[in-house]
Design a protein. Structure first.
Length: 364
């Protein structure tokens, strides 16, 4: 039996939290003992406890300071009777400090999962973020080499890590729920029902989507945004100011989004940067054409560099509005791209993701 200890600074319903939950849900049925450590509230605590996982919530937002609690906690969870004890952390700052403080624990394997391009640490808005990001960047370069394994969830992220850290990196895409069912295609000049899925945070670029829709010449459209987050109030205000209250609906977080995908005929992603956007994969699998920003991360990989979906420049609302209008007037080209993308997405399935991790847990 193997003892798995997952550590996430934030265990939300999105991104790393969602991917980890899907993995744990499957592994809990097999020969694994699973513990999950998070800083603050674990939004999947009830579901994780129900499937037999031990959940630890540390009341701290600071990863470095929380290490004085995490180190003795990991020593407590560590079980020498187990075949293997494996610690899996996510996101660069958590990875760095986990490797730094936990590598002294004898026979503890440490895996770091990187979910964004590491070069993003070199992008900053002010002096404070510059100093903070630069410090993490140099720590990443030093300590990632000392981990047993580093995993990137996109090819872009893998190549970026190899370039900056000169370390061995394995690429495992985040798991997505694939539908691959046939649905009716959008017909020229009928009502355009758009959808966007993700956390309402600055990096997701929902302000760009709202601005783009305010510039549309077409009027027969709607947009459903599924997700919650810190930008909700600002986005509500912007929607009102742009006169789009009857066009855009903020639906909040939804556990089952399949029914919303089935009603939609165009997916929009306007992120400033991404790790691996599962929502884009899921939209393609539901036979929904996608228009995405050409941001760093997994978007270009999923859309085959624009051959499997339309791409527009980051932070360019005008370009996005033009792409939407082009689809409205002539949907055939984007539907054709979606057919190509659908043929390539089976490698993003949950079963593929799990099989890769099980091989790692066996060999590490």
């Amino acid at each position: 039996m193997k003892n798995l200890i997952f550590f996430l600074p934030s265990f939300s319903n999105y991104g790393a939290g969602n991917s980890t939950f899907r993995l744990c849900k499957y592994l809990s049925k097999k020969n694994y003992q699973i513990s999950i450590i998070s800083l603050g509230k674990n939004f999947k605590k009830f579901e994780l406890t129900k499937i037999g996982c031990k959940v630890y919530e540390i009341r701290s937002k600071n990863v470095l300071k929380s290490m004085r609690i995490i180190v003795p906690l990991v020593n407590k969870i560590y079980d020498s009777k187990m075949e293997k004890n494996i610690f899996i952390s996510s996101i660069h700052h958590a990875n760095v400090f986990s490797i730094m403080f936990l590598r002294k624990i004898k026979n503890l394997r440490i895996i770091g999962i990187e979910r964004t391009d590491i070069s993003e640490l070199l992008i900053f808005n002010n002096l404070f973020s510059y100093i903070k990001n630069l410090l993490i960047y140099f720590l990443v370069k030093i300590y990632y080499k000392k981990a047993d394994l580093i995993i990137s969830n996109s090819i872009s992220g893998k190549n970026d890590l190899i370039k900056h850290c000169k370390t061995k990196v394995l690429n495992i895409p985040s798991p997505s729920f694939l539908s691959l069912k046939y649905k009716k295609l959008f017909k020229k000049n009928s009502k355009l029902k758009m959808i966007s899925v993700g956390r309402l945070s600055k990096e997701k670029g929902y302000n760009i989507i709202i601005e783009a829709l305010s510039r549309l010449k077409i009027k027969n459209f709607s947009l459903s945004i599924l997700g919650d987050g810190p930008e909700k109030k600002k986005l509500k205000k912007m929607i009102k100011e742009k006169g789009l209250k009857k066009k855009i609906t903020l639906l909040g977080f939804k556990k089952n989004i399949d029914m919303y995908y089935r009603k939609a005929n165009l997916f929009i992603n306007a992120s400033y940067f991404e790790g691996f956007p599962n929502a884009v994969v899921e939209a393609i699998s539901h036979n929904i054409p996608v228009i995405c920003s050409n941001s760093r991360g997994g978007i270009k990989e999923i859309t085959l560099n624009g051959r499997g979906g339309d791409l527009f420049p980051v932070n360019d609302a005008l370009a996005l509005s033009r792409r939407i209008e082009l689809f409205y007037q002539n949907p055939y080209n984007l539907h054709k791209k979606n057919i190509l993308a659908r043929k390539k997405i089976t490698k993003y399935s949950l079963l593929y993701h799990i099989s890769k991790y099980e091989k790692i847990f066996l060999s590490i």
